[in-house]
Design a protein around this ligand. Structure first.
Ligand SMILES: [Fe+2]
Ligand SMILES: [Fe+2]
Length: 481
């Protein structure tokens, strides 16, 4: 049976129950260092840990908690820890590093007492006196056969944990959501164009799915937004602007309700364009003055359309404002021109304005007729157009997109060509890429590579190259697995 996108994500990245198991593990681990096992806090936390461990054992058998390359795993499942969880685990992780310990496995016949024995045992180990071998030897003498320890080095060798298969499945789930968002945006926009009333519930559902993907893995959808060559670009553009805006919102730590409104507003920011003649939207030549005057109507038309065709609520009110304000510019040099008091635009409109310009300029499909490479667009936005955007938001956006934005083609020091897929937040010079070939020929099968991993240490980015020079289509490579 076909798995839904959500089921696929949970299987690959773990669900909330795995996160709770991991969190209760670290809490109990730390508690054991502070109080003895008769203490009420210890007892309660042991209870909580075992409550989370039992169902995991029931469904998966032995349960291993491991740390590989800074990522947490329960068995083969990578767990995304939130900021709180990560900081809670930080002291334990640094202690493990000193020991050379990479993980622990609880066998399926573990008892609560056995698990408590393990935590008490670990609390008695001092990083200054012990290493992984001495700990394993001491554990043996404790008769704790239901516990197995892994050394850091043995786990690091086993990098197949983040297996190619999982990565593919996760990207496929993200892709499904991306295309669903695009079709929902199209349906809603076409319906409003014909004056039909539009229900917002479908749109909200798909925006929530996008939020789920981005919250779990910020980069999951960014690479898809790099694809610009669609027949009808308006809907892909709306989806891309929604993805960029939501990613910014997640970085700003907006709550889910606000993210939902932001995503909704971003998805409909250009809805006014469906009221303009399609010849104008699709015009292949540069716009003349008359074209521009017509095009500049779309913010007002958009706000009116949303208010007329959708039930008024917080989503649609914010949507109407985003549609109206997204071209006004921080310095009011844009459109529509405001005749009266110039109020600063809303935060959502500022976010959408940045996402919109970046996507429009890199696509070469709207306003400019030739795509500008993503890195040049960012430079342009920083230097030539800094007055148009909120500087703080632009900085965060640049950080999200990275020095080498998704969809750029680069030459590596190994003389290989690579397509940038996603930015590595902690190491922007070393993004995730697809190795496409060398200067001579393309590889039969492009190879996915996280350049931040030690095995790719010799692969450094030398410079960006123009895909057209090599006759390459970015879309084929992003969707090509
Ligand atoms: Fe627009
Ligand atoms: Fe736009």
């Amino acid at each position: 049976m076909q798995k839904t996108a959500e089921e696929q994500i949970s299987r690959i990245l773990g669900s909330k129950s795995e996160e709770r198991l991991l969190s209760s593990f670290f809490v109990l681990y730390k508690t054991a260092r502070i109080v003895d096992r008769k203490n009420e806090t210890f007892k309660n936390q042991s209870e909580t840990f075992f409550k989370h461990l039992q169902p995991a054992i029931k469904s998966s058998g032995d349960i291993a908690i491991k740390l590989v390359n800074g990522r947490y795993f329960i068995n083969e499942m990578m767990i995304r820890f939130d900021d709180q969880g990560t900081s809670g685990a930080a002291s334990v992780v640094s202690e493990w590093k000193k020991f050379g310990l990479g993980g622990v496995e609880f066998s399926s016949d573990i008892t609560k007492e056995g698990a408590e024995n393990f935590f008490v045992f670990m609390a008695s180990m001092k990083p200054s006196d012990e290493n992984i071998d001495s700990i394993i030897a001491k554990l043996k003498s404790q008769n704790l056969s239901c516990i197995k320890l892994f050394s850091l080095s043995e786990l690091q060798q086993n990098q197949s944990l983040v297996s190619e298969q999982m990565r593919k499945q996760f990207r496929q789930a993200a892709r499904q959501t991306f295309f669903r968002a695009m079709s929902v945006a199209q349906e809603a926009m076409v319906n409003t164009a014909t004056g039909k009333d539009v229900s917002t519930s479908k749109t909200r559902r798909v925006v929530h799915n996008l939020i789920d993907h981005i919250s779990r893995d910020e980069s999951s959808l960014i690479e898809l937004a790099a694809i610009k060559d669609y027949d009808d670009y308006t809907y892909a553009h709306s989806t891309n602007v929604c993805i960029y805006s939501l990613t910014l919102g997640v970085r700003l730590k907006m709550d889910r309700a606000r993210l939902s409104q932001l995503g909704f507003a971003a998805l409909f920011h250009d809805v006014g364009k469906v009221k303009l003649p399609s010849d104008l939207i699709k015009k292949p030549d540069a716009y003349d003055e008359n074209d521009w005057l017509q095009m500049q109507q779309h913010p007002l038309l958009g706000a009116k359309t949303i208010l007329r065709n959708m039930k008024l609520d917080l989503h649609t009110a914010r949507g109407a404002r985003g549609a109206f304000e997204h071209h006004i510019n921080q310095d009011f040099t844009g459109y529509p021109k405001l005749q009266y008091k110039k109020r600063p635009t809303n935060l959502f409109s500022k976010i959408i304005a940045i996402a919109d310009s970046f996507d429009a300029l890199t696509s070469g499909r709207i306003y400019v007729k030739k795509p500008i490479p993503p890195d040049e667009v960012l430079k342009k936005m920083h230097y030539q157009m800094a007055v148009k955007y909120d500087p703080f938001l632009l900085k965060i956006f640049t950080n999200i997109v990275g020095i080498y934005p998704a969809g750029s083609l680069v030459l590596l020091s190994t003389e290989e060509l690579a397509l940038i897929l996603t930015n590595n937040k902690d190491n922007p010079a070393k993004p995730c890429v697809k190795l496409l070939g060398d200067k001579e020929k393309l590889f039969e099968e492009p190879v996915w590579a996280d350049l931040s991993l030690p095995e790719h240490a010799e692969r450094n980015i030398v410079r960006m190259v123009d895909p057209a020079r090599y006759g390459l289509q970015v879309k084929d490579f992003i969707l090509g697995d």
